[in-house]
Structure formats: C-alpha cells, structure tokens
Design a protein around this ligand. Structure first.
Ligand code: OAA
Ligand code: MG
Length: 216
C-alpha cells in the first residue's frame, strides 16, 4: 500500500467547506457565501469502515452530511487555481457528521462550531480513491442512505466553489500538506441519525462505504 493510501495516519488537518451546495444552504435557511466558508476538523475525528459513529453526549440531532473529500498529494501554499489540480493526490468519500443542535446553539451565541463538527468519530471516511479512476471530479453522484432509504442524492457538478478555486483560496491562508483533506461541502437532504442506524454512502459507481451509528 502506498503512503498516500494511508492518509488518515499521517495527514495533519481537514479543511471543510460549508454551504458549498445552494440546495443545502437553502434547506437550513442559510445564504450561499460569497467566498468559501471554512472550518477545521481534526484528523482525530476520522474513522474508517469497521469503526462506529458515536452520538456525542447531550446531542439530540446528530446529522449525516455526505461529501467528496480531496486528499492533498504534495505540499502547497498560495497556489493559483490554474495549477491547483496538480496538488490533488486522491479522493475519498467522507461524512461531515454534525451535531446540528450544538451548531444551532453555537451560531446563536456567536461561538465556534468545535463541538458541533470536530468531535471524535465525526469524520468517517472511505478507502482512498486513486485519482486515475476519476475522470471528472465535478461530475460525480453522491448518495447517502440511512437504513437503506435514500436521504441525500446530489452531484459534485453543483458545487458553488469548485476544487481548483477551493484549493487556491484555502492555500492562500493554510499550507496544505500531503495527506491533508479538503471536504467540499454537502448537497441537500441532511438529517438526523439515531443509535442502531446504518449509513451507507456511494460515489457514482466508484466506491461505497458503510458505518453503524451507536450510542456513546
Ligand atoms: O453545517 C453546515 O451546514 C455546513 C456544512 O458543513 C456543509 O454545508 O457541508
Ligand atoms: Mg459539511
């Protein structure tokens, strides 16, 4: 196995983009931002298949957000959009698990989203996807099912800010390093899960992954 395939073992950070699909921004009553809305998730939030998603203590609205993750292949800083794709080392399918009640409360108080977005098990990821199997990262179908029922069905063509723009914008402020991840936002259909649920995700016919949800 090559080093990059084990990105969760050595990558240092996850940059996540919020409200990057207008249908999702709208479903939560938010506007689409003029510039990418960024937040960080720690790599310690990542789990791989076989590990369970844990509902955090006190959370009563823990929601799935399926997202395409871009894995950085080599270190870059302040890259122009025209060169950004050469720093992509691969992809993964990810879930940006979100304690929506904590997020609402934090937003109301003008506080950060740490407890809503960055907690343990809040970033389940699939196996590494080699970039050679993705001819166009902006035409991939994202499907998220809960207990076999389709909840989210979107396409990466609907991203507001596309991968080159995102990498250029992010790398203006953050050095991106091999193994770091960029979560590119979620399409509409987010919703709550409870203990015992099974979340299944797929990216076109390229990859699937499955996670069980359990109580703390
Ligand atoms: O919590 C949110 O709605 C922001 C976010 O992560 C997304 O749009 O993917
Ligand atoms: Mg998200």
């Amino acid at each position: 196995m090559s080093r990059i395939q084990k990105f969760t073992e050595f990558g240092r950070k996850i940059l996540a983009v919020g409200r990057n699909y207008s249908d999702h921004a709208k479903e939560l009553g938010n506007t689409v931002p003029d510039t990418p809305l960024l937040f960080l998730k720690p790599m310690s939030a990542c789990i791989l298949e076989g590990e369970a998603i844990e509902i955090p203590k006190g959370c009563i609205d823990f929601q799935h957000e399926i997202e395409l993750a871009v894995i950085i292949g080599k270190k870059c800083r302040q890259v122009p959009a025209s060169e950004a794709m050469s720093y992509v080392g691969g992809y993964a399918l990810a879930l940006d698990m979100t304690a929506r009640d904590f997020q609402r409360e934090a937003s109301k108080k003008g506080q950060p989203w740490a407890l809503a977005k960055c907690i343990d098990t809040s970033c389940p990821v699939s196996q590494f996807i080699d970039p050679s199997v993705i001819s166009d990262p902006h035409n991939l179908e994202l499907v998220c099912k809960v207990n076999g029922e389709i909840k989210q069905k979107g396409n990466t063509k609907d991203m507001v800010f596309r991968i080159p723009e995102l990498l250029s914008y992010i790398s203006e402020y953050f050095t991106l390093e091999e193994g770091d991840m960029v979560l590119t936002g979620t399409p509409a259909g987010v919703g709550p899960v409870v203990a015992g649920d099974v979340i299944e995700c797929s990216l076109s016919d390229i990859i699937t992954c499955k996670f069980n949800v359990k109580a703390r």
